[in-house]
Design a protein around this ligand. Sequence first.
Ligand SMILES: [Zn+2]
Length: 114
Amino acid sequence: MDNTLLFDARARVLADLQARQQATAPAVSALEDAVSQRKWWAEQWPEGAQYVAGLVAQDVQDALFETVGRWPLCLDCGDRAPVHALYIQPDLGGPDPVWVCEETGDVVAPLGGL
Ligand SMILES: [Zn+2]
């Protein structure tokens, strides 16, 4: 397992948390947990490395949903739709994970690019 991939995954998810002012202590701790769990997972299944970044983002999304709510919210739709979230595409977590609007299905940004 290449640790660079994990550092990259962590950095990209952290950047997107910061972009939405959600890089709180509990969120960062959820991120650390997700990275260490996915590290273990990728060590068992090295071919899974390309999915790690997107999976870490989904893990953090799930953890935040249970505590602070939906992250990241879609800002592109504005008043055209009720408040909704972005999700990771491809659903498997990779390769090349992007954030997609739940309502329109449009690609909003690459993971790490919010
Ligand atoms: Zn939207």
